[in-house]
Design a protein. Structure first.
Length: 102
């Protein structure tokens, strides 16, 4: 293989790698996450488990049980009183949770 054809092959390879990485960076759909908000005072356990990160059915049922026992949540920080909900879990989901007071 001549030096010229080897150089051409290397350029083609580098161009292919470079153009692929540019496409990945310019594609906002590939990196953006759609976040829907959940009303913690109205949602059932299934909705809570599917909408919140790190919350499975057991924790979701505990959230609903707490709400039924003590009434609607008045602040997001009140979720910390639910067994199994800690600061990390709350912070991961803070932007997903809304609280209504009706």
């Amino acid at each position: 293989m001549s030096r010229l054809s080897l150089l051409g092959a290397m350029c083609a390879l580098l161009f292919g790698l470079f153009s692929t990485s540019i496409l990945a960076v310019e594609s906002p759909q590939a990196t953006s996450e759609q976040v829907s908000q959940l009303d913690i005072n109205k949602a059932d356990a299934n909705a809570i488990a599917s909408a919140l990160d790190g919350i499975g059915m057991v924790k979701a049922e505990e959230i609903v049980a707490y709400r039924e026992a003590f009434g609607n949540f008045r602040s997001l920080d009140e979720l910390l009183a639910v067994p199994g909900i800690g600061e990390v879990t709350l912070e991961k989901n803070r932007h997903r949770i809304v609280i209504t007071t009706d």
